[in-house]
Design a protein around this ligand. Structure first.
Ligand SMILES: Nc1ncnc2c1ncn2[C@@H]1O[C@H](COP(=O)(O)OP(=O)(O)OP(=O)(O)O)[C@@H](O)[C@H]1O
Length: 424
């Protein structure tokens, strides 16, 4: 392995005895404060055990009612769960599916389960491959299913054989189902038994942020899916507080000052009601305390962590935007900071500031008309708000633009772009 250029094993400067390396010391007495006790409880993607799931009892019961027939080897209903991001859709889908599997097994019914993230596996072939390879019980089927080189049709052929050989039923969770580039997979799965391909009952639990998703499905898919729909509402501050209280043991005792969880819950509820964001802010507040080497996480850490989350969120909103758009938003943000009394700026005023910005960075400037178009595009995306002025006597009316988001957040976010860094 020493010849392998991808390993660092012959790295010259390494410590003779890694236990002596002060950078990664395991010694408890390093003077560094230890904030977290079980940080994994706050990681994205962590599936908490049932005692940590809060405020979704009715939803869990409702989804379970649709899958319950499977416990007696009867056909389950398909389920569609809608709701804004971070409302516990994936969590409930996974939790109920696993409990259905365990209860069925206890009753002598074997149920295969698969979770597919359609944002990652967005084509029919990728989904078919993931489902087939996950369900393949090699000790029963003896199949060696290739990763590449075959199409969805061949994966389906394997899948029907696997289902017939190894299971009485299967539940397939398709998370972010709206990201699929083709809804035929839904029809294949929901019609498998009816069309005589598989002898096993298949239930699909589809999850989406987009409530309008169903309208996009073609009629044949809709009629074969015949699903029950549920809509999950954003969490309120009390629910978010309870969700975080149930993960308090991610931290060492007495590390969180008493207002940290209520404050995190309040800001998250006000902004979006997103449990993922609330947990992320709590984790980041802990990390900030750790970095500062202080033994208590305080309200200030939460405020900083919240700002960091906002910058991240804004950056996400701008993902895919060109550097030119960022120059324009930067210019509008600077104008706003320089003129706190003004409520909005005309395109020509923004354009002047924008030209100065492009000059400073030696970038090419777009025409004023193009900047106007890009501002309108940003208004459509909800980044900018544009309103038409009344226009006084002798004055035509014109558009005035302002940022929807706090200027500090916009500046921090656009300045993360390498081409704008120098402006900082
Ligand atoms: N009721 C709850 N109790 C405990 N933890 C929760 C609850 N709801 C959500 N969470 C936690 O919040 C995070 C986000 O939840 P989840 O992934 O289920 O949301 P989602 O609605 O599927 O979001 P997205 O649409 O963005 O995928 C996860 O870490 C999850 O463990």
């Amino acid at each position: 392995m020493a010849d392998d250029p991808s390993t660092l094993s012959d790295f010259d400067d390494r410590f003779e005895d890694p236990a002596e390396d002060p950078l990664f010391s395991l010694d408890e007495n390093t003077g560094r404060v230890d904030i977290f006790s079980r940080k994994e409880l706050l990681k994205v993607g962590h599936v908490p055990e049932s005692t940590r799931i809060v405020g979704r009892d009715d939803e869990i019961e409702a989804v379970a009612a649709e899958l319950r027939p499977i416990v007696h080897a009867d056909p389950p209903n398909n389920v569609m769960i809608y709701g804004k991001t971070g409302t516990g859709k994936s969590l409930v889908a996974r939790h109920v599916t696993e409990r259905a599997r365990a209860a069925a097994e206890n009753n002598g019914v074997s149920v295969g389960t698969v979770y597919v993230d359609c944002a990652q596996h967005n084509t029919q072939t990728r989904v078919a491959r993931t489902v087939t390879r996950t369900l393949n019980e090699t000790d029963v089927t003896d199949f060696n299913i290739p990763r590449t080189g075959i199409g969805s049709g061949e994966y389906y052929d394997y899948l029907w054989e696997i289902l017939n050989a190894a299971f009485d039923a299967a539940i397939i969770i398709l998370d972010e189902v709206d990201r699929l580039d083709d809804d035929d997979i839904l029809m294949q799965l929901t019609r498998a038994r009816e069309s005589g391909k598989a002898d096993c009952h298949l239930g699909v639990v589809a999850v989406s942020n987009k409530i309008e998703y169903r309208n996009q499905l073609n009629e044949r898919v809709k009629s074969s899916l015949r699903e029950e729909e549920f809509v999950f509402q954003p969490y309120d501050a009390n629910q978010l507080r309870e969700i975080m209280e149930h993960r308090r043991d991610a931290f060492h005792d007495d590390v969180l000052s008493s207002d940290v969880i209520p404050l995190t819950a309040a800001v998250a509820a006000q902004e979006h009601g997103d449990a993922r964001k609330a947990i992320e802010i709590l984790r980041h507040a802990g990390e900030l305390a750790e970095r500062a080497n202080v033994s208590t996480v305080t309200e200030d850490h939460v405020r900083d962590a919240q700002e960091w989350a906002e910058v991240d969120r804004f950056e996400e909103l701008l993902r895919g935007s060109t550097t030119q758009v960022k120059f324009i938003l930067y210019s509008l943000a600077v104008l706003t900071e320089e003129n706190p009394d003004m409520d909005g700026f005309s395109t020509s005023r923004i354009y002047e500031r924008y030209q100065a910005t492009t000059n400073e960075t030696n970038a090419t400037a777009l025409s004023e008309h193009r900047v106007y178009e890009l501002l309108k595009e940003q208004a459509f995306l909800g980044v900018v708000e544009s309103t038409r002025t009344g226009g006084g006597r002798g004055q035509g009316s014109y558009l005035e633009h302002r940022l929807v988001q706090d200027t500090g957040i916009v500046l921090k976010s656009v300045l993360r772009d390498n081409r704008l860094k120098d402006l900082a």
